[in-house]
Every structure is written in structure tokens, then in C-alpha cells.
Ligand binder design. Structure first.
Ligand code: 4AD
Ligand code: MG
Length: 429
């Protein structure tokens, strides 16, 4: 029976055929062991002189790490073996003998590993991280689908800036220029006026010149947008969403979290409701802890970490100085200086995972904000239309997939949380 390593427990005592790659080999004379990797797991395959043909037994001397093989043999329990099973080999078919594999068990530098990302993906930790990424995306989709949100895609090629003009990737678009989208939000707002509750999910692009462990130039964002929704209801969705994703991963990624040696105590705590504090309250936390911080500016990575240390789960910071927030944010009716924005900060130093807020829904105010931000009016005409034809209070947010995966996995650098990361200095492999 052809199967995969993850399903071996179903075939105890039976003969199976496994396709995979040689992960490791060791020998004790008349017996040798092949640790097989197939992307779903690892299993020890035992090759005994008397139980195989001479051709198979002699492969010991020619097989190399990452050679591709098909192994046939009988599954049996072996408590001491990885996964609790091993395969007593009857036959090995070789597809290709691998050249000397550049990634060995010894420690390699980050730069070397990133240059070999196309191969590094085969490693145990990378496999665990990207399996968790898959589950984060699945849980996110399930969460919105189960709550009757409709997935509506936003375009990648756009004419407008969303999050400031300094991080736009500009490209030639026939006889004019276009930008790679920084966020699907503006289209999400139009879609919400058509469908009620929607979400956008796709890659977004920012020409980030900062070389931090939290920034990529291409990252994936899920952006729900809700018609007839204010800032408080927006925060209700955000905390429910993040709790759902984290609890889902705890339940479905136990094996992967173990591979990563992740202490899951804070993840277990991650249940709604989350604490909600204003920007002013967050600044007080910094002041009380003796951090030198200028009121009215954005929090840096270390500030976020200091604030998050006050809480045992993610914290939501709302009501920000309007000058440091985007043009589309609605002002607090009780204080014109504040924008109804919200950021969610992950615990344990993983920083901002969500940015969002309530949107300005008045046509004339929005128009004046676009002008104040020195943005061209023409490409925003369609966006302004939304405030002319049945404008309603509405809100939404964007959750960065890579930062969320980084936090759940306990991976300090976001470059390991996406299969093929793009940063200022790297577009290969
Ligand atoms: O806070 P941001 O810039 O918000 C927006 O783009 C809104 N338009 C979203 C909305 O309301 N629909 O980005 C949202 C999230 C951040 O909290 C962070 O998790 C992630 O996107 N993010 C990045 N992740 C990796 N690399 C980058 N360069 C990122 N920039 C933002
Ligand atoms: Mg932000």
C-alpha cells in the first residue's frame, strides 16, 4: 500500500511503499538504518542483510543525504524510534543519488541558509513553521467563513497609495504608472458596502527600507471589513479572530510546536477578551517604566515589547494621535486630535500583528484629509463615491500572517515564516 509517513500508524503489521528522501543513515555491520523524510514526517527504515536483495543491501555505500528513493517494507511498532514506528525494508528503489548536499547538520549562518532557502525548506524546523503557517491561514479562513463573511479579492495592481507614499513599489503600466498594493483595505471598504461583512486575503507589498526582523517587502495580510461596525465591534472581531487562530493551532499543531520547542503557556492564555488600552495609557506604561518616549510619535519595536510585558495575552491599543495614522481613519468625536485606530500587540516581543480602525465615512472630511496628506484626488474618486452613495459607519483591520506565525512559532525573524521571503536585499531564491 502506497502511503505517507504521517499515516503509518494505520498500517501496523502491513507492507507499505513510501516515497521520499534520505534524511540520514547509520550502520551497525549487518544492519543499516535509513531515516526517510517525505515532507509529512521522518521514519527509521531498517535494512537487514538477510531480509533484502543484495542490490538493496549494497545501497548503503552509494546512498547520500537527500537521495530520492521509494522504500517498501513492513511497518512495526518501535517505541525508541521517531514517531513510534519503523519499517523493516524489503526493497529500496533509487530515483536519483543526490550530489553532496550543502546543508549539513552543523550550524550554518542565516545568510547561507537564506541563500539556500529552496533547500532549507526541507529541514525539520522549517517544515514545522510552514505547517503552522498553513494552519494559521486555514483557521483564519474558517473563522471568517463560519461567521458568514464573504471572501472578495482586491487587486494587486492599483493606482492609489493606502499606507503612505514612502513605501510604494511603482511600476510601468502601459502608458502610465501603477503601484503594487500596500493593503486591500480601500477595495475591502467598497466590497463591504456591496456585501456587508467581507474579507480580503492576499499578498501586499511595501518598499520597506528598514532591515528589521519584523519587516518583509512582500507579506500576506487578511483584512476583514464590516459595514455598520464601530471601533469597539471591530476590536471584538479582532480578539475573537486571534483567539480562534491560536487555539486552533494549539489543538492541531501540537507536534510542530514540540519540534520548535515552543513554550505554549502564553498561547494557552490567548482567549478573548483581550485588554484594551488607549494610546495615552500605553504612553503612561512607558513613562512608569522609565522609557524615554516622545508623546505623539509611534511606538518602536522595543516600546511595544515593554508595553506587552504588562499583559498575559495580546493587548489592543486604540485612539491614536491622528497625525501618525493614515488619512482614512475617523476621528474620535470626543477628541478631534485622536484617530479611532487600533493596533494589536502580540506578547513576548513579537510586536504589532494587527492594524485597523474605524473609517472616515463623511465625504467632505475624507476629501479634505486626502488633500492634507498631499495625495492626488483623481485615483480616490471611486473611494470617495462610497461616501456619496449610502455611507455608513464601518471598520476593519489587517492581520499580518507572517508576524502572527512568527509569534505562534516563537520564531524571532519573519523571514522564516513565509516560504520564499522578500526583503530589501533579497529576491532570490
Ligand atoms: O498596520 P498596517 O499598515 O495596516 C494596514 O495596512 C491597514 N490598511 C489594514 C486594514 O485596516 N485593513 O498593516 C497591518 C499589519 C501589521 O499589523 C503587521 O502585522 C503587518 O500588517 N505588516 C507587515 N508584516 C510584515 N512585513 C511588513 N513590512 C509589514 N507591514 C505591515
Ligand atoms: Mg500598523
Amino acid at each position: 500500500m502506497k502511503t505517507t509517513i504521517s499515516k503509518l500508524s494505520k498500517y501496523n503489521g502491513e507492507e507499505v511503499t513510501l516515497n521520499g528522501w534520505v534524511y540520514n543513515m547509520r550502520s551497525i555491520g549487518k544492519i543499516w538504518f535509513l531515516i526517510l523524510r517525505d515532507g509529512t514526517g521522518l521514519v527509521q527504515c531498517v535494512v537487514v542483510d538477510k531480509e533484502t536483495s543484495p542490490e538493496t543491501f549494497q545501497l548503503e555505500s552509494s546512498l547520500t543525504q537527500e537521495s530520492s528513493v521509494t522504500v517498501t517494507g513492513v511497518v512495526r511498532t518501535e517505541k525508541r524510534s521517531i514517531g513510534g514506528f519503523e519499517v523493516g525494508v524489503s526493497k529500496i528503489k533509487v530515483h536519483q543519488i543526490s550530489d553532496e548536499y550543502p546543508i549539513s547538520k552543523k550550524d550554518h549562518g542565516a545568510d547561507f541558509l537564506m541563500s539556500n532557502r529552496h533547500l532549507w525548506l526541507r529541514s525539520k524546523n522549517q517544515n514545522a513553521i510552514l505547517r503552522i503557517r498553513h494552519q494559521v491561514i486555514k483557521a483564519t479562513r474558517d473563522f471568517f467563513d463560519n461567521n458568514d463573511f464573504i471572501l472578495l479579492d482586491s487587486p494587486i495592481l492599483t493606482a492609489n497609495a493606502v499606507e503612505g507614499t514612502s513605501t510604494l513599489f511603482e511600476l510601468e503600466y502601459f502608458d502610465r504608472s501603477a503601484y503594487l498594493t500596500q493593503s486591500g483595505q480601500l477595495y475591502g471598504e467598497a466590497s463591504a458596502m456591496a456585501f456587508g461583512n467581507i474579507y480580503v486575503f492576499g499578498p501586499t507589498f511595501r518598499a520597506e527600507k528598514s532591515k528589521t526582523r519584523r519587516h518583509l517587502t512582500e507579506f500576506w495580510m487578511v483584512e476583514p471589513e464590516m459595514a455598520f461596525c464601530d471601533l469597539d465591534e471591530n476590536m471584538n472581531w479582532a480578539e475573537k479572530h486571534v483567539s480562534y487562530v491560536v487555539q486552533w493551532c494549539l489543538e492541531h499543531c501540537e507536534k510542530e510546536l514540540k519540534v520548535l520547542d515552543r513554550d505554549t503557556s502564553i498561547l494557552e492564555n490567548t482567549l478573548a477578551p483581550f485588554p484594551r488600552i488607549t494610546y495615552d495609557e500605553a504612553v503612561k506604561i512607558l513613562e512608569n517604566k522609565g522609557v524615554n518616549f516622545e508623546y505623539g510619535t509611534d511606538f518602536g519595536g522595543t516600546d511595544e515589547t515593554v508595553i506587552s510585558e504588562e499583559f498575559d495575552r495580546p493587548v489592543m491599543i486604540h485612539r491614536w494621535p491622528s497625525e501618525i495614522k493614515a488619512f482614512y481613519m475617523k476621528r474620535d468625536p470626543n477628541n478631534e486630535k485622536l484617530a479611532l485606530g487600533v493596533d494589536m500587540i502580540a506578547p513576548e516581543g513579537y510586536g504589532e500583528i494587527i492594524g485597523g480602525g474605524q473609517r472616515e465615512d463623511d465625504h467632505d472630511i475624507l476629501l479634505s484629509r486626502i488633500k492634507e496628506h498631499n495625495l492626488p484626488i483623481e485615483p480616490f474618486q471611486w473611494y470617495l463615491d462610497l461616501r456619496k452613495y449610502g455611507s455608513v459607519p464601518h471598520s476593519g483591520y489587517g492581520l499580518g500572517i507572517e508576524r502572527t506565525v512568527g509569534w505562534i512559532c516563537g520564531t524571532k525573524h519573519v523571514r522564516e515564516t513565509i516560504p520564499y521571503p522578500r526583503t530589501m536585499y533579497r529576491i532570490e531564491p
